[in-house]
Design a protein around this ligand. Sequence first.
Ligand SMILES: [Zn+2]
Length: 438
Amino acid sequence: MKKKFYLNNFKTQWIKYDDYQINIDNNGNEYIVPNKDSNYTIYNPFEVSDKLLFDLIDLGDEALKKDSDKNIIKKKILLFARNYGLLGLISSSVYNRNIIGEEKVLFTENNIITKEKLMDTSEYMSLFTPFALEGDIYTRTFDDHLTVFKAEDSPKFYGKRPLILDVVFSKFYAEQLNWIIEFAKNISIHLNQLIIYKNISLTEPVTIMAGKFKAEKIGFTISMFDKPEINWEFDSLESTIETIYAFALTDESFILTRCEYCKKAFVAKSEREKYCSPSCRNCINVIKSRNKKKLIKDLNENETAEKNKLTKNDIGEVKGVKNMKIDEKKKEAIYEYKERKTTGGVYKITNIVNDKSLIRCEIDLKSMENRFNFSVSTGSCVNIKIQKDWKEFGAKAFKFEILEEIEMENDMSIIDFKKELKTLEEKYISEANKENLY
Ligand SMILES: [Zn+2]
């Protein structure tokens, strides 16, 4: 797959340890850090670009699940670190190149570490080395230039790469689980949005999650062996993964998408390929044929019932009778519609990309649902509260569901009915997670 990504000119060296553990700092933050007696390997992430990308999306998918299990997430992060190392967020979250030797760091926009703009370098460094003891890692000017000293034997680059990598590649460098989860979630959400946009016809180009990718510090050199070669230089695994992802998405020779059955990310050979595996395709076929059988059964039952009725009529005019019956049915349906009782209730509109939802009550649920469907088909928005996300994620990112229905009693006034609905709405809102509500 490496060749297909057009990544043959992409090289970078990254470090991974063979064992990591989860530690908690004095403020209760969970960190992942190499084990004291673990050993490192240097590798080129582009050589394993496909697996690296899918493992990260898999982690993001797990974290996005409504009922996601913290222990599974921890296991996945530990496994991810053993396979690929830590993300190098210390280097990708700020504009400074070397970091070491500078007084302050200037944060990039949309970084996942902090909302601050500036921070003292010493404070910033201790955010990523919370378990290092005095003397474990320190800097000193040596022969007129700065050097990082470490109480262990991880690689040093002596100025060929940013000095901060001497810290990143040490056993004292740690990253918070929440940061890694946030990064993985971002990539998963990005892919979800892309797939949504793929399925609707856009009238103008949209930038998906603008500002999320940080290409500030990707450089390159040209090397010469038997032929000139570009060597792209990445100072973090984070930007490496973002680059791999961007190339995977835009490569025309295959399609990065999600399985329509299990939702797992996979590479489709053509737009027609909808499922990640033969077993997912089988599952869908079973469901389809079950539905089809049920439909045929229902139709047959209807027809038998119809025939039984018809035996009383003149068989010679069966056709005419049938047509008349259909007209009558239509009339009946219209009549029923007019006479039908008012069914109100509480509905929920959910943004399936970020899981936020809007809970409201409505006197006429059916017409509310019609209104929602109409809005989806025209792109206009049903409620001002969700308008911003509706614009950003697209109408297809929203689903409508009825939480509870209640029928208006004959002797009830509209005002009382509204009150009852409002109480029901409040009940559902109070039960919902506040953070996930519009
Ligand atoms: Zn699947």
